[in-house]
Ligand binder design. Sequence first.
Ligand code: PLP
Length: 403
Amino acid sequence: MRTAYLDHASTAPTRPEAVAAWTERAGLVGNPSSLHSAGRRARSAVEEAREEVAAALGARAGELVWTSGGTEADNLAVKGLWWARRAQDPRRRRVLVSAAEHHAVLDPAEHLREHEGADVRLLPVDAAGRTDLDALAAELAQAPEEVALVSVMWANNEVGTVQPVAEVAALARAAGVPVHTDAVQAVGHLPVDFAAAGVDALSLSAHKFGGPVGAGALLLRRGTPLVPLLHGGGQELGARSGTLSAPAAAATAAALRAALSGQDAERERVAGLRDRLLAGLAERVDGVRVRGSLTDRLPGNAHVTIDGCEGDSLLYLLDAAGVECSTGSACQAGVPQPSHVLLAMGVPAEQARGALRFSLGWSSTQEDVDAALAAVGPAVERARRAAAGSSRAGRRRPAAVAS
Ligand code: PLP
């Protein structure tokens, strides 16, 4: 059976260019911190990759800290900035984050609240998932000297909404507060310019644009105070200890190069497929609601809720039909929960349970879209029957009702 892989936002298929770069470097010995020839060759590979990735994203080589991926970069930014800003001035206890952030930002903030006395404020988002700039301005106006940092993502991983990052940065900078943006879903998919955006820290993750899993970076504006998470060998000028991976760096650079070559045309191609998918879903199935912004949206994101279904049931039914997608949010301890992003957007919990996210990218084709469209009608019918049956049997809460 042919499989349609429509889950690029979870992880993209590794690009052949990245596999080639990885394989070439992985066959060579050398710790980039070693002083002998093999070490220096590994160091050159890391530094060439650093130059290339930083330049492609509007940053200087000295502003890039390699990490193990997006989660580490987010943790380093949120905790590292908070610790450093608090050390400079103990009044800075406040952390402002959008309510639609990924858990890799929300949970470090929550950790700081629980264990270190941070005052975490969630910035509301509108019905499209866009951060409320007035709420941010009001928070910043209240007591700017008490704000340690602001963190607002570049683009949302569930509903695909692109955030007003430059406006967020302008507001925060005017108040003298550093801004972090989680650009994990944006890099390689949208034009991203670190300097032009005016942010102080930016997270990226290689496997979201066809690079290796377990590789990423934090871009950090020169002079931004940061306390490291990891202590040890003092690599990355002390910001992130740990032996650097030359294969990971080289493969990350190769993947980004491939993602950015012909980026405009590719973005249009992928957005065209996405729009066909969204239109086809609405045509074939009643009770489909597109979530997220219709205008400022990741090109590959097709997120919908489908009335009267459990997203999880749909996911398994579609998987059995050879279509791989996601509900968009992780379950907690094996129990599906309505997504915090959809709830923050004001989506009723019953509708939020019917969430389904198809995410397209470099490997996606017309055939993938056709396969999804062919499978979705029968899957929804079965999922609705299952939901209605279980509600009649009283084993579970009532199925969602279309409104
Ligand atoms: N931030 C966002 C917006 C994401 O979508 C993800 C991955 O799903 C992460 C952070 C975590 O990145 P990684 O898988 O590289 O740890």
